[in-house]
Design a protein around this ligand. Structure first.
Ligand SMILES: C[S@@+](CC[C@H](N)C(=O)[O-])C[C@H]1O[C@@H](n2cnc3c(N)ncnc32)[C@H](O)[C@@H]1O
Length: 260
C-alpha cells in the first residue's frame, strides 16, 4: 500500500519533527499538510498518517480515520462495576500477578481491561499489522486518558509488532500464565464501530490448529480463544474446550482450555 506521513494544519515544530521522524522510520515520504492535496493528484496514495495537534497519531483513508481510543474498555469496565459481568475477565480467573499474552492486540481494549485486573502482573501484546501496531503503540503511550484506571493499566502493557504464528514457536513451554487469542471474525460484525476503521489494516489469515496447539503449549494456566457464535472457527479447530463462556445476546464465545 502507498502512503505518506503528514501533520495537522498549522503544525508546531515538534509535530513536524515527529512526523519527519516517523516517515524516516517507515521509509516513506514526509509531505507537509499544505502540499498534501497537490501531492495526491500527482502521486495517488492509499492512506496517510497524521501527527495531530493533541499528540495523537492517526491514519486517514478517504473519510475514515483510524486512531487509538479506549472506548470499549470503558463500556465493559462500567458493566463489570454494575453487574459483575464480563465473560472474558471471568474466563481468565486472574489472581492479579499473572503474565498474559494477548496474541491479537488490535486496539488493545481487551488488553487494557485485563491489565486493570493485574496490579502485580502484565500483558504482553502481539500485533502483526505494522500500521495498527504504530497507531496503537503510540496511542497507548500518548492518549490523553481521563480515567486513571485506564492510564495505570496502560503502563502494564508491552506491545510487539509480531505475528503470533512466528512468535509462539520461539517461546519455551509454559512461558505465559494465560494466552489469549481474538482473531478477526470471518463474518465481520459491521455494527462494531470501534473496530471498523482498523479493518483495512488488519491481518485476516485464519488461525490453524497447529497455531492453537503452540499457544496451548506456551501457557501454564489456561488458553482462551474468542469466536462469534456464527463463526465456524471453533468447528474448524476441533478443540475440546473445558469451558465455554459467553452469551447468545452478545453473540460472542470464549473457549477455555485449562492446563491444570
Ligand atoms: C479482532 S482484533 C482484536 C481486538 C482486540 N481484542 C481489542 O480488544 O481491541 C484482531 C487483531 O489481531 C491482529 N492479528 C490477526 N492475526 C494475527 C496474527 N497472526 N498475529 C498477530 N496479530 C494478528 C489483527 O491485525 C487485528 O488487529
Amino acid at each position: 500500500m502507498k502512503f505518506v506521513v503528514t501533520t495537522s494544519h498549522k503544525p508546531t515544530k515538534e509535530e513536524v519533527l515527529s512526523a519527519r521522524g516517523l516517515a524516516d522510520e517507515l521509509g516513506v515520504k514526509y509531505v507537509s499538510r499544505g502540499r498534501l492535496n497537490d501531492f495526491k493528484k500527482d502521486y495517488p496514495i492509499d492512506f496517510y498518517y497524521v501527527f495531530d495537534k493533541n499528540g495523537q497519531l492517526s491514519i486517514r483513508t478517504g473519510d475514515s480515520v483510524f486512531f487509538f481510543h479506549p472506548g470499549m474498555s470503558k463500556v465493559r469496565y462500567k458493566n463489570i462495576k454494575l453487574q459483575d459481568s464480563d465473560y472474558l475477565i471471568k474466563s481468565m480467573e486472574l489472581s492479579g500477578d499473572e503474565t498474559v499474552l494477548d496474541t491479537t492486540f488490535g486496539l488493545g481494549n481487551e488488553a487494557l481491561l485485563i491489565a486493570h485486573f493485574l496490579p502485580e502482573g502484565k500483558v504482553v501484546g502481539l500485533e502483526a499489522s505494522e500500521h495498527i501496531y504504530r497507531v496503537v503503540s503510540h496511542g497507548l503511550r500518548n492518549y490523553p486518558y481521563t480515567y486513571e484506571w485506564i492510564r495505570e493499566a496502560s503502563t502494564r502493557i508491552e506491545l510487539h509488532n509480531r505475528d503470533l504464528r512466528d512468535f509462539v514457536k520461539e517461546c519455551p513451554d509454559a512461558s505465559y500464565d494465560i494466552v489469549y487469542c481474538d482473531p478477526m471474525f470471518d463474518r465481520p460484525q459491521m455494527s462494531s464501530n470501534s473496530i471498523n476503521p482498523l479493518r483495512p489494516f488488519a491481518m485476516y489469515e485464519r488461525i490453524s490448529r497447529a497455531d492453537v496447539d503452540e499457544m496451548i503449549r506456551i501457557s501454564s494456566k489456561r488458553f482462551i480463544i474468542k469466536s462469534r457464535t456464527r463463526d465456524t472457527l471453533f468447528e474448524e479447530l476441533g478443540l475440546q474446550f473445558d469451558k465455554l463462556c459467553g452469551s447468545k445476546k452478545s453473540g460472542v464465545l470464549y473457549g477455555v482450555v485449562e492446563k491444570r
